[in-house]
Ligand binder design. Sequence first.
Ligand SMILES: Nc1ncnc2c1ncn2[C@@H]1O[C@H](COP(=O)(O)OP(=O)(O)OP(=O)(O)O)[C@@H](O)[C@H]1O
Length: 295
Amino acid sequence: MSDVIEIAATTTLLSTRGLSVHYGGVTANADIDLTVDAGEIVGLIGPNGAGKTTFVDAVTGFAKSSGEVRLDGERVDRIAANRRRTAGMARTWQAGELFADLTVAQNLAVAVQRVGLRALISDVFTGSRPPAGIIDEALAMVGLLGVADRRPGELTLGQQKLVGVARALVGGTRLVLLDEPAAGLDTHESREFGAELRRIAATGVGILLIDHDMSLVLDVCDRLYVLDFGRVIAAGSPTEIQDDPAVVAAYLGSPEVQADSLDDGSAAERSAAERSATERSATDGPADEPGGGAR
Ligand SMILES: Nc1ncnc2c1ncn2[C@@H]1O[C@H](COP(=O)(O)OP(=O)(O)OP(=O)(O)O)[C@@H](O)[C@H]1O
Protein backbone atom coordinates (compact mmCIF):
# COMPACT_ATOMS: atom_id res chain seq x y z
CA MET A 1 0.00 0.00 0.00
CA SER A 2 1.47 3.31 -1.01
CA ASP A 3 1.91 6.13 1.42
CA VAL A 4 -0.62 8.88 0.91
CA ILE A 5 0.67 12.36 1.52
CA GLU A 6 -2.13 14.63 2.62
CA ILE A 7 -1.81 18.21 1.54
CA ALA A 8 -4.25 20.59 3.16
CA ALA A 9 -6.03 22.53 0.46
CA THR A 10 -5.87 26.28 0.88
CA THR A 11 -8.57 28.52 -0.45
CA THR A 12 -7.48 31.88 -1.72
CA LEU A 13 -10.29 34.16 -0.60
CA LEU A 14 -8.96 37.47 -1.86
CA SER A 15 -6.69 38.00 -4.78
CA THR A 16 -5.91 41.29 -6.50
CA ARG A 17 -3.92 41.70 -9.70
CA GLY A 18 -2.65 45.04 -10.90
CA LEU A 19 -5.00 46.93 -8.63
CA SER A 20 -4.51 50.65 -9.16
CA VAL A 21 -6.26 53.77 -7.91
CA HIS A 22 -5.64 57.32 -9.06
CA TYR A 23 -6.95 60.46 -7.40
CA GLY A 24 -6.29 63.20 -9.93
CA GLY A 25 -2.52 63.29 -10.25
CA VAL A 26 -1.96 61.13 -7.16
CA THR A 27 -1.33 57.42 -7.63
CA ALA A 28 -2.73 56.07 -4.37
CA ASN A 29 -2.39 52.37 -5.36
CA ALA A 30 -0.12 51.13 -8.14
CA ASP A 31 -0.36 47.59 -9.58
CA ILE A 32 -1.00 45.82 -6.30
CA ASP A 33 -0.97 42.00 -6.37
CA LEU A 34 -2.04 40.63 -3.00
CA THR A 35 -3.68 37.47 -1.69
CA VAL A 36 -5.41 36.44 1.53
CA ASP A 37 -6.18 32.76 2.15
CA ALA A 38 -8.99 31.35 4.26
CA GLY A 39 -7.88 31.22 7.90
CA GLU A 40 -4.99 33.60 7.30
CA ILE A 41 -4.25 36.99 8.83
CA VAL A 42 -2.41 39.19 6.36
CA GLY A 43 -1.05 42.55 7.44
CA LEU A 44 -0.94 45.62 5.20
CA ILE A 45 1.46 48.17 6.60
CA GLY A 46 3.26 51.28 5.44
CA PRO A 47 3.86 54.88 6.43
CA ASN A 48 1.00 57.40 6.62
CA GLY A 49 -0.37 58.12 3.15
CA ALA A 50 1.13 54.93 1.67
CA GLY A 51 -2.25 53.84 0.28
CA LYS A 52 -3.50 51.25 2.81
CA THR A 53 -7.02 52.62 3.27
CA THR A 54 -7.28 53.26 -0.45
CA PHE A 55 -6.56 49.57 -1.04
CA VAL A 56 -9.40 48.56 1.28
CA ASP A 57 -11.66 51.14 -0.42
CA ALA A 58 -10.80 49.70 -3.84
CA VAL A 59 -11.24 46.04 -2.84
CA THR A 60 -14.58 46.64 -1.17
CA GLY A 61 -15.95 48.87 -3.94
CA PHE A 62 -15.72 52.29 -2.30
CA ALA A 63 -13.03 53.66 -4.64
CA LYS A 64 -12.85 53.52 -8.42
CA SER A 65 -10.02 51.22 -9.41
CA SER A 66 -8.51 49.36 -12.34
CA GLY A 67 -7.16 45.82 -12.23
CA GLU A 68 -8.70 42.64 -10.87
CA VAL A 69 -10.29 41.84 -7.52
CA ARG A 70 -11.38 38.25 -6.98
CA LEU A 71 -13.30 36.84 -4.03
CA ASP A 72 -12.95 33.08 -3.85
CA GLY A 73 -11.90 33.08 -7.51
CA GLU A 74 -14.83 35.17 -8.78
CA ARG A 75 -14.28 38.63 -10.27
CA VAL A 76 -15.99 41.27 -8.10
CA ASP A 77 -14.23 44.41 -9.29
CA ARG A 78 -17.13 45.57 -11.45
CA ILE A 79 -19.92 45.03 -8.95
CA ALA A 80 -21.18 47.56 -6.41
CA ALA A 81 -20.00 47.69 -2.79
CA ASN A 82 -23.26 46.29 -1.37
CA ARG A 83 -23.07 43.28 -3.70
CA ARG A 84 -19.47 42.60 -2.67
CA ARG A 85 -20.73 42.68 0.94
CA THR A 86 -23.42 40.14 0.12
CA ALA A 87 -20.84 38.02 -1.72
CA GLY A 88 -18.90 37.66 1.56
CA MET A 89 -16.42 40.50 2.01
CA ALA A 90 -16.81 43.23 4.60
CA ARG A 91 -14.71 46.01 6.03
CA THR A 92 -14.41 48.21 9.05
CA TRP A 93 -13.81 51.96 8.88
CA GLN A 94 -11.11 53.97 10.64
CA ALA A 95 -13.74 56.06 12.41
CA GLY A 96 -15.96 53.09 13.09
CA GLU A 97 -17.79 54.36 16.14
CA LEU A 98 -20.72 52.36 17.44
CA PHE A 99 -24.17 53.86 17.92
CA ALA A 100 -24.18 54.76 21.62
CA ASP A 101 -27.97 54.57 22.04
CA LEU A 102 -28.32 51.15 20.43
CA THR A 103 -27.54 47.83 22.06
CA VAL A 104 -24.67 45.74 20.79
CA ALA A 105 -27.10 43.47 18.91
CA GLN A 106 -28.85 46.46 17.35
CA ASN A 107 -25.49 47.87 16.26
CA LEU A 108 -24.89 44.64 14.36
CA ALA A 109 -28.40 44.58 12.92
CA VAL A 110 -27.92 48.06 11.44
CA ALA A 111 -24.87 46.81 9.54
CA VAL A 112 -26.90 44.28 7.59
CA GLN A 113 -29.98 46.42 7.08
CA ARG A 114 -30.94 46.27 3.44
CA VAL A 115 -30.44 49.49 1.48
CA GLY A 116 -32.49 51.20 -1.20
CA LEU A 117 -35.98 52.60 -1.44
CA ARG A 118 -37.61 49.29 -2.36
CA ALA A 119 -36.05 47.57 0.67
CA LEU A 120 -37.04 50.47 2.92
CA ILE A 121 -40.68 50.35 1.78
CA SER A 122 -40.87 46.56 2.12
CA ASP A 123 -39.23 46.69 5.56
CA VAL A 124 -41.73 49.31 6.74
CA PHE A 125 -44.65 47.11 5.71
CA THR A 126 -43.29 43.75 6.75
CA GLY A 127 -41.32 44.88 9.83
CA SER A 128 -38.45 42.86 8.37
CA ARG A 129 -35.39 42.45 10.62
CA PRO A 130 -32.20 40.42 10.19
CA PRO A 131 -32.63 36.99 11.76
CA ALA A 132 -31.34 36.91 15.37
CA GLY A 133 -29.25 33.84 14.54
CA ILE A 134 -26.82 35.71 12.33
CA ILE A 135 -26.29 38.41 14.97
CA ASP A 136 -25.61 35.81 17.67
CA GLU A 137 -23.27 33.93 15.37
CA ALA A 138 -21.14 37.05 14.74
CA LEU A 139 -21.08 37.94 18.45
CA ALA A 140 -20.09 34.39 19.36
CA MET A 141 -17.19 34.61 16.89
CA VAL A 142 -15.70 37.50 18.88
CA GLY A 143 -16.61 36.00 22.27
CA LEU A 144 -19.23 38.64 23.09
CA LEU A 145 -22.51 36.73 23.03
CA GLY A 146 -23.08 37.66 26.67
CA VAL A 147 -23.22 41.41 26.01
CA ALA A 148 -25.75 41.46 23.14
CA ASP A 149 -28.23 43.58 25.14
CA ARG A 150 -25.73 46.03 26.61
CA ARG A 151 -24.97 49.46 25.22
CA PRO A 152 -21.43 50.22 23.95
CA GLY A 153 -20.77 52.61 26.85
CA GLU A 154 -21.06 49.69 29.29
CA LEU A 155 -18.25 47.78 27.56
CA THR A 156 -14.48 48.09 27.78
CA LEU A 157 -12.73 49.75 24.84
CA GLY A 158 -11.35 46.38 23.78
CA GLN A 159 -14.86 44.90 23.73
CA GLN A 160 -16.16 47.88 21.75
CA LYS A 161 -13.44 47.30 19.14
CA LEU A 162 -14.51 43.66 18.90
CA VAL A 163 -18.13 44.72 18.39
CA GLY A 164 -16.80 46.72 15.43
CA VAL A 165 -15.24 43.54 14.06
CA ALA A 166 -18.42 41.54 14.73
CA ARG A 167 -20.37 44.15 12.80
CA ALA A 168 -18.25 43.32 9.77
CA LEU A 169 -18.53 39.57 10.34
CA VAL A 170 -22.31 39.44 10.56
CA GLY A 171 -24.04 37.69 7.68
CA GLY A 172 -21.54 34.99 6.81
CA THR A 173 -18.57 37.19 5.94
CA ARG A 174 -15.64 35.09 4.71
CA LEU A 175 -13.13 37.90 4.18
CA VAL A 176 -12.88 40.85 6.52
CA LEU A 177 -10.73 43.93 5.95
CA LEU A 178 -9.94 45.73 9.20
CA ASP A 179 -8.76 49.34 8.98
CA GLU A 180 -6.93 50.23 12.20
CA PRO A 181 -9.29 48.21 14.37
CA ALA A 182 -7.07 48.40 17.46
CA ALA A 183 -6.51 52.17 17.49
CA GLY A 184 -6.49 53.51 21.04
CA LEU A 185 -5.99 50.17 22.79
CA ASP A 186 -3.22 49.84 25.36
CA THR A 187 -0.63 47.07 25.14
CA HIS A 188 -2.62 44.56 27.19
CA GLU A 189 -5.91 45.24 25.38
CA SER A 190 -4.14 45.08 22.03
CA ARG A 191 -2.70 41.65 22.89
CA GLU A 192 -6.15 40.35 23.87
CA PHE A 193 -7.58 41.81 20.69
CA GLY A 194 -4.88 40.04 18.65
CA ALA A 195 -5.69 36.71 20.34
CA GLU A 196 -9.34 37.19 19.39
CA LEU A 197 -8.36 37.87 15.76
CA ARG A 198 -6.45 34.57 15.75
CA ARG A 199 -9.54 32.76 17.04
CA ILE A 200 -11.65 34.34 14.30
CA ALA A 201 -9.13 33.31 11.64
CA ALA A 202 -9.14 29.77 13.05
CA THR A 203 -12.80 29.51 11.99
CA GLY A 204 -11.66 29.92 8.36
CA VAL A 205 -12.27 33.64 7.93
CA GLY A 206 -9.55 35.48 6.01
CA ILE A 207 -8.43 38.74 7.60
CA LEU A 208 -6.62 41.70 6.07
CA LEU A 209 -5.31 43.83 8.90
CA ILE A 210 -4.13 47.42 8.70
CA ASP A 211 -2.72 48.81 11.92
CA HIS A 212 0.02 51.13 13.08
CA ASP A 213 0.49 49.01 16.22
CA MET A 214 3.56 47.11 15.03
CA SER A 215 3.67 44.67 17.93
CA LEU A 216 0.09 43.62 17.17
CA VAL A 217 0.75 43.29 13.45
CA LEU A 218 4.04 41.41 13.81
CA ASP A 219 2.53 39.13 16.46
CA VAL A 220 -0.70 38.04 14.78
CA CYS A 221 -0.03 38.17 11.05
CA ASP A 222 0.98 35.13 9.03
CA ARG A 223 2.25 37.32 6.21
CA LEU A 224 2.69 41.02 5.57
CA TYR A 225 2.70 43.36 2.60
CA VAL A 226 4.40 46.71 2.89
CA LEU A 227 3.20 49.67 0.84
CA ASP A 228 5.07 52.85 0.12
CA PHE A 229 3.81 55.54 -2.26
CA GLY A 230 1.04 53.15 -3.31
CA ARG A 231 3.36 50.29 -4.33
CA VAL A 232 4.18 46.99 -2.66
CA ILE A 233 7.82 47.32 -1.67
CA ALA A 234 8.05 44.06 0.30
CA ALA A 235 6.02 40.96 1.13
CA GLY A 236 6.76 38.03 3.39
CA SER A 237 6.67 36.70 6.91
CA PRO A 238 6.93 39.13 9.84
CA THR A 239 10.57 38.12 10.31
CA GLU A 240 11.43 38.65 6.65
CA ILE A 241 9.73 42.03 6.67
CA GLN A 242 11.51 43.23 9.80
CA ASP A 243 14.86 42.41 8.19
CA ASP A 244 14.07 44.00 4.83
CA PRO A 245 16.24 47.09 4.25
CA ALA A 246 13.65 48.66 1.90
CA VAL A 247 11.04 48.45 4.65
CA VAL A 248 13.32 49.93 7.26
CA ALA A 249 14.22 52.73 4.87
CA ALA A 250 10.57 53.42 4.01
CA TYR A 251 9.60 53.64 7.64
CA LEU A 252 12.58 55.37 9.03
CA GLY A 253 14.14 57.15 6.10
CA SER A 254 17.50 55.47 6.56
CA PRO A 255 18.63 51.88 6.03
CA GLU A 256 21.17 52.32 8.81
CA VAL A 257 18.45 52.49 11.44
CA GLN A 258 17.94 49.23 13.34
CA ALA A 259 15.14 47.05 12.01
CA ASP A 260 13.85 46.40 15.52
CA SER A 261 12.71 50.00 15.57
CA LEU A 262 9.78 48.69 13.51
CA ASP A 263 8.42 47.38 16.77
CA ASP A 264 7.87 50.95 17.79
CA GLY A 265 4.74 52.28 16.07
CA SER A 266 5.62 55.82 17.05
CA ALA A 267 8.74 55.59 14.90
CA ALA A 268 6.52 55.06 11.87
CA GLU A 269 4.39 58.06 12.74
CA ARG A 270 7.43 60.20 13.39
CA SER A 271 9.07 59.09 10.19
CA ALA A 272 5.91 59.77 8.17
CA ALA A 273 5.75 63.33 9.49
CA GLU A 274 9.41 63.84 8.62
CA ARG A 275 8.92 62.29 5.18
CA SER A 276 5.95 64.44 4.31
CA ALA A 277 7.80 67.57 5.47
CA THR A 278 10.74 66.58 3.24
CA GLU A 279 8.44 65.78 0.32
CA ARG A 280 6.63 69.07 0.75
CA SER A 281 9.82 71.07 0.68
CA ALA A 282 11.12 69.01 -2.26
CA THR A 283 7.98 69.59 -4.31
CA ASP A 284 7.14 73.13 -3.20
CA GLY A 285 7.04 74.91 -6.52
CA PRO A 286 5.37 78.09 -7.63
CA ALA A 287 1.89 78.53 -6.14
CA ASP A 288 0.23 77.82 -9.50
CA GLU A 289 2.13 74.57 -10.14
CA PRO A 290 -0.45 71.75 -10.24
CA GLY A 291 -0.10 69.02 -7.64
CA GLY A 292 2.69 70.75 -5.75
CA GLY A 293 3.30 68.82 -2.55
CA ALA A 294 0.70 66.12 -3.25
CA ARG A 295 1.69 62.49 -2.99
N1 LIG B 1 -10.60 60.65 -1.63
C1 LIG B 1 -9.35 61.04 -1.93
N2 LIG B 1 -9.14 62.04 -2.81
C2 LIG B 1 -7.88 62.42 -3.14
N3 LIG B 1 -6.76 61.86 -2.62
C3 LIG B 1 -6.93 60.86 -1.73
C4 LIG B 1 -8.22 60.39 -1.33
N4 LIG B 1 -8.06 59.38 -0.44
C5 LIG B 1 -6.73 59.24 -0.29
N5 LIG B 1 -6.05 60.12 -1.06
C6 LIG B 1 -4.59 60.23 -1.19
O1 LIG B 1 -4.13 58.92 -1.52
C7 LIG B 1 -2.91 58.65 -0.84
C8 LIG B 1 -3.08 57.39 0.00
O2 LIG B 1 -3.95 57.68 1.10
P1 LIG B 1 -4.46 56.57 2.11
O3 LIG B 1 -5.44 57.22 3.02
O4 LIG B 1 -4.92 55.40 1.34
O5 LIG B 1 -3.13 56.21 2.87
P2 LIG B 1 -2.95 55.32 4.22
O6 LIG B 1 -1.76 54.48 3.99
O7 LIG B 1 -4.22 54.65 4.56
O8 LIG B 1 -2.62 56.45 5.29
P3 LIG B 1 -2.88 56.44 6.90
O9 LIG B 1 -1.93 55.46 7.49
O10 LIG B 1 -2.55 57.85 7.28
O11 LIG B 1 -4.33 56.11 7.13
C9 LIG B 1 -2.57 59.90 -0.03
O12 LIG B 1 -1.71 60.71 -0.80
C10 LIG B 1 -3.91 60.58 0.15
O13 LIG B 1 -3.77 61.97 0.29
